[in-house]
Design a binder for this molecule. Structure first.
Ligand code: C2E
Ligand code: MG
Ligand code: MG
Length: 624
């Protein structure tokens, strides 16, 4: 630049001196020779400078062209980027924008310049953008937010704003990058939605449930959580194929969405199970109205291959915060209630019963307590003697499991055994009892006491596939105990549903030498045909009939009946619950010689058995 100035000064100087020489020549007509040669030199100098100037101009032009080409390459690159770039003025108007940015906003670039970017953002998200823009201007920082654009079909965008510092210390506008996040949103959608119906899946449901619960706390209303399961969906899959099954599920989802309000949620947990979250309810009635609407909506036939198909549903409902549980528990509650609706015949709804749930919780707690009691060796076997009344001899003892509870004291089996019998714990307890009884018998044998022992088996344990193997192993572990000194008692009620299986299991045990008794006989209404095929060795008349036989003719008839049956089936019979000598006398009169009951002895600890056995004498009334 400096050089150019000196050049133009020289040029002007030369021109001025050349003009002076020419003027002198014109004035004096005869200028001195030296002046002429100076003029000629000046003209030459001028030409040289002219040339130099032209050359410089050419270089400048070439540089400019190169710069322009470079700029074009940068602009092309900037337009090639899939990211939208723009600069915004302080008032939020667009100064520059690249092609991707213009495409996102849906207008030609030239028409965008000078317009406010905020006017191209959907009204839902423009407040977010405005807040971020203002913050960025004030702090001249980097900010980012996600927005939806107003243009139909435009992708959701992640905006990155970077303030450009102004002289006043405040932002002078910003640079902005707009990234299309539709792919990420799509992935998120897949992770949180059911692929078939596009309804929220379990993940999103739990999230929505948490939000709805927080909302309920804030506005003092109620939230209904409903679990819906189709009653007869499987036949649709089986009859028409899964493709049609899927179509029906999509239609079900659609109908459910039409039954609820905008803020409510319909989610699919999988299969034909859906969850509805109905928020902002004032009470039960309002909720029931929606449920009736749902049941009615599903009742309209579904068209499958041009045929109308009828669907029904069962629903379980609970109200939060009346049912003040955590999300997982609430979902479990509605599942239980839905199951109850199904068991009641389907096509109906059931409210979750908190009382029922408390009982279920107590039950689980009891099982846990029993499990740890077993580990801490809190259980003991008590033995109740069994006798032959006529001959006055002790024939054996029944092992009964007692629980020496650290807080509640000694608990009889009647207090806890029914909880175990139907649970997985039945096996662990059963194994412990069998092992403990055999161990005790080994001790007695070693001390010269030969006493057959019967133990009570839960149906659940007995029906384990490897029961016979377990029994064989246990007997092998206690070789001094003769297997025929072991008797297994099983409740008549426990075998009713599995008569054939039980029958072959009994035979398997008998092959090992172990005998079998049917306990509490008379309470199970067994069919005689079945009983005929059941190879048991002993019937134990249920104590309730024995207890009442002196006063109740029906009880007496049953006692007589069981005694008669035992003769017919050629097995022994024993009466349990013999509380008085008179009971024993009457039983002997009816032909029942074996007995167990308080009139003989109460259940006792094993260490008391030897002394009791040697000291027992039958009452005179029972002598022949
Ligand atoms: P069960 O096998 O019928 O045992 C007889 C029950 O009648 C015992 O009750 C016994 O104490 C009681 N009892 C005996 N004589 C009399 C009497 O004269 N009057 C009265 N009122 N009751 C009498 P317990 O010990 O409470 O046992 C209840 C039930 O628990 C047993 O009935 C048996 O079914 C079950 N049980 C006991 N131990 C076990 C076990 O180790 N495993 C399994 N699975 N069940 C067991
Ligand atoms: Mg028994
Ligand atoms: Mg019994």
């Amino acid at each position: 630049m400096k050089k150019d100035q000196s050049l133009s000064w020289n040029k002007a100087g030369l021109r001025r001196r050349a003009e002076t020489v020419i003027k002198q020549r014109m004035l004096h007509r005869n200028p001195p020779l030296s002046n002429v040669s100076e003029a000629l030199w000046l003209i030459h100098e001028l030409q040289v400078h002219q040339l130099e100037l032209e050359l410089r101009n050419q270089v400048l032009q070439e540089t400019r062209q190169q710069l322009e080409q470079r700029l074009k390459r940068y602009t092309d690159l900037y337009d090639f980027a899939p990211v939208g770039y723009a600069t915004l003025a302080r008032d939020g108007t667009i100064r520059e924008i690249n092609l991707a940015g213009a495409t996102f906003l849906g207008l030609e670039r030239t028409r965008l310049i000078g317009r406010r970017l905020a006017s191209f953002i959907s009204t839902d998200t423009s407040p977010i953008f405005n807040a971020f823009f203002d913050k960025m201007l004030v702090n001249v920082t980097k900010e980012s937010c996600e927005v939806a654009l107003a243009l139909d079909g435009a992708p959701p965008c992640h905006l990155q704003l970077e303030g450009i510092g102004g002289t006043s210390g405040k932002g002078n506008g910003c640079r902005i990058a707009m990234v299309d996040i539709s792919a990420r949103k799509h992935m998120e959608h897949l992770a949180y939605h059911d692929a078939l119906t596009l309804l929220p899946n379990r993940f999103l449901l739990v999230d929505r449930l948490q939000q709805a619960m927080a909302q309920v706390q804030r506005d003092n209303k109620r939230l209904a959580i409903c679990c819906l399961d189709l009653d007869n969906f499987k036949p649709i899959n089986d009859t028409y194929g899964h493709k049609w099954g899927d179509q029906v599920l999509i239609e079900v989802a659609q109908r459910l969405k039409e039954c609820v309000r905008t803020g409510d949620t319909v989610a699919r947990l999988g299969g034909d199970e859906f969850i509805l979250l109905l928020g902002e309810l004032t009470g039960i009635e309002e909720c029931e109205q929606v449920i009736v609407r749902v049941l009615t909506a599903l009742q309209a036939p579904f068209i499958v291959i041009d045929q109308p198909v009828q669907l029904k549903a069962s629903l379980g409902i609970t109200l939060y915060p009346d049912d003040n549980a955590d999300p997982d528990t609430l979902l479990r509650h509605v599942d239980q209630a839905m199951y109850a609706a199904k068991q009641a015949g389907g096509h109906r709804y059931r409210w979750f019963d908190t009382g029922l749930d408390h009982r279920a919780r107590d039950y689980r707690a009891l099982l846990q307590e029993i499990r740890s009691g077993l580990e801490s060796k809190e259980f003991r076997l008590y033995y109740q003697p069994k006798v032959d009344m006529r001959r006055g001899v002790v024939t054996g003892a029944e092992a009964l499991i007692y629980w020496q509870h650290p807080q509640k004291g000694l608990l009889s089996p009647a207090r806890f055994i029914s909880a175990i019998d139907t649970s997985e714990l039945a096996c662990a307890v059963g194994q412990w009892v069998l092992n403990e009884a055999l161990r005790q018998m080994t001790v007695w044998v070693a001390h010269g006491l030969h006493l057959p022992v019967s133990i009570n088996l839960s149906g659940h344990y007995f029906l384990q596939a490897d029961f016979i193997t377990q029994l064989r192993t246990l007997l092998a572990n206690y070789p001094t105990v003769p297997p025929d000194d072991l008797e297994l008692e099983i409740l008549e009620t426990a075998i009713l549903e599995n008569m054939t299986e039980v029958s072959s299991l009994i035979t398997g045990c008998q092959e090992l030498g172990v005998s079998f008794a049917l306990d509490d006989f008379g309470t199970g209404y067994s069919s005689l045909t079945y009983l005929k095929h059941l190879p048991v060795n002993l019937l134990k008349i249920d104590q309730s009939f024995v207890r009442d036989m002196l006063a109740d003719a029906d009880a007496l008839a049953i006692v007589k009946g069981v005694i008669g049956l035992s003769a017919a089936f050629r097995c022994k019979v024993i009466a349990e619950g013999v509380e008085t000598v008179e009971h024993g006398r009457q039983l002997l009169g009816l032909g029942c010689e074996f007995a167990q009951g308080y009139a003989i002895a109460r259940p006792m600890l094993p260490e008391h058995i030897p002394g009791w056995v040697s000291g027992w004498a039958s009452p005179d009334e029972w002598a022949a």
